[in-house]
Ligand binder design. Structure first.
Ligand code: UD1
Ligand code: UDP
Length: 385
């Protein structure tokens, strides 16, 4: 006769924006593989289109979608709607643990909902710090506040774990796991969904680019870049296009009108500039692979570029991912037009320098972060019994 069965542990994973979906997908897969867990996916819908697009690629269906997105939404709206929505979910379907990711407003709102109900909170991608609450805004505050009320901390790197310990988080609750984005990237590459020579719908939009022509990939969306910084970034892209007649720019536009209007206004109508809607994840991976360099203010893109060994010029004044700088997988260029132009020119002109990126080792993980985190959560519950 078998002994009494242990009740499954109920774990809810919260996602709200595109990067949360991509970075939580490997963990959701890993948790669902463990029979001991009953997994729920709660989508805040902070991003409508971009969240659905990312979840669809990974074949993940949200159990609940709060649909909070509004056009030109405010931080107040997102924070309060997520807090109330996730709170109502937790009241109707009590959970043994809530998992949040990173630093968005969904992250903070959901974290508060768990905290108010004394539900253990696991923070994936914990411990990143720029040490300036205004940059990135409001993400630095979101991650600091979320870490303050978390139970388990899944730090992607040793440095992130060190940041937590320095803030007094007790050692046994901090785990260095690697970043789940590397799992997502390797999964996508492993499926052959992002072949080196174009892929999916992307090959259509790249038809015009001559096969050997250098392609630069540009993404930007940070709040602190809206307005003048974004205009300077586009100005640098324009000058690079003039200086290098073979150069092309691929610009997948973020859905946020505050961003797309500026970029479309500054680069629209220029020869050798290709605008696209947000690319599906495998299309974007293929685009990174096809590029000679990437210009981006995105967090996830910095991590992926390092694993793909692509030079990435980071359009930020300071970084919460110092590993990219110390390992030399990324270059912090800020939003100064001259600096961007200078660094991009160096990559385009100096073959040895360009090749040096291919030899660098990504500090962000080995592609097994999701499994590691699932095991840590399993151990947490078995120790608790
Ligand atoms: C959010 C996150 C940011 C993250 C980024 C990833 C906050 C405060 N910001 O920034 O940390 O790096 O997502 O991309 O949590 N929109 C659409 N469709 C979409 C998505 C957005 O139309 O699918 C438009 C809406 O008008 C929305 C606006 O973009 O109001 C802004 O979206 P929001 O999530 O508030 O900010 P992001 O800049 O996307
Ligand atoms: N990404 C994507 N399609 C795009 C642009 C980006 O799938 O058109 C992916 C990218 O590979 C990375 C994530 O979206 O995994 C980054 O999202 P974003 O830049 O919106 O947010 P951040 O990482 O800055 O929070």
């Amino acid at each position: 006769m078998s002994g009494p069965r242990t009740a499954a542990r109920r774990i809810a994973c919260v996602v709200g924006t595109r990067p949360e979906a991509i970075k939580m997908a490997p963990l959701i897969f890993a948790l669902k593989r463990e029979p001991v867990f009953e997994v729920r996916v709660v989508a805040s819908g902070q991003h409508a289109d971009m969240l659905t697009q990312a979840l669809e690629y990974f074949g993940i269906e949200a159990d609940v979608n709060l649909g909070v997105m509004e056009s030109a939404q405010t931080l107040d709206h997102v924070t309060s709607a997520v807090l109330k929505g996730v709170g109502a979910f937790l009241d109707s379907a009590p959970q043994d643990m809530l998992l949040v990711h990173g630093d968005t407003t969904t992250t903070l709102g959901a974290a508060l909902a768990a905290f108010y109900r004394k539900i253990p909170l696991g923070h994936v991608e914990a411990g990143l710090r720029s040490r300036d609450l205004t940059r990135p805004f409001p993400e630095e505050a979101n991650r600091v506040l979320t870490d303050r009320i978390s139970t388990l901390f899944f730090a992607p790197t040793r440095q992130a774990a060190e940041n937590l310990r320095a803030e007094g988080v007790a050692e046994p609750r901090v785990f260095v796991t690697g970043n789940t984005v590397i799992d997502a990237l390797f999964w996508t590459l492993g499926r052959g969904d992002a072949p080196l020579s174009g892929g999916l719908g992307l090959s259509l939009s790249l038809d015009k680019v001559p096969p050997g022509a250098p392609l630069a990939l540009l993404t930007a969306h940070r709040r602190e870049s809206w307005g003048a910084p974004l205009t300077r970034i586009c100005g640098a892209a324009r000058r690079l296009l003039e200086k290098y007649p073979a150069l092309w720019f691929l610009v997948p536009l973020h859905k946020n009108p505050a961003v797309r209007e500026t970029i479309a206004g500054e680069l629209g109508g220029r020869p050798r500039v290709i605008f696209t809607e947000p690319l599906s994840y495998p299309e974007f991976v293929a685009a990174m692979n096809r590029s000679v360099f990437i210009l981006s203010d995105s967090g996830g893109v910095q991590e992926e570029a390092s694993a793909l060994r692509k030079p990435v010029l980071i359009l930020r004044d300071l970084s919460e991912r110092p590993e990219a700088l110390s390992e030399g997988t990324g270059v912090l260029v800020g939003t100064d037009g001259d600096r961007i132009e200078r660094e991009a020119s160096r990559i385009l002109e100096d073959e040895l320098y360009r090749a040096s990126f291919a030899a660098r080792v990504s500090p962000f993980g080995d592609g097994h972060a999701g499994e590691r985190i699932a095991k840590i959560i399993r151990d947490y519950f078995s120790e608790e019994r």
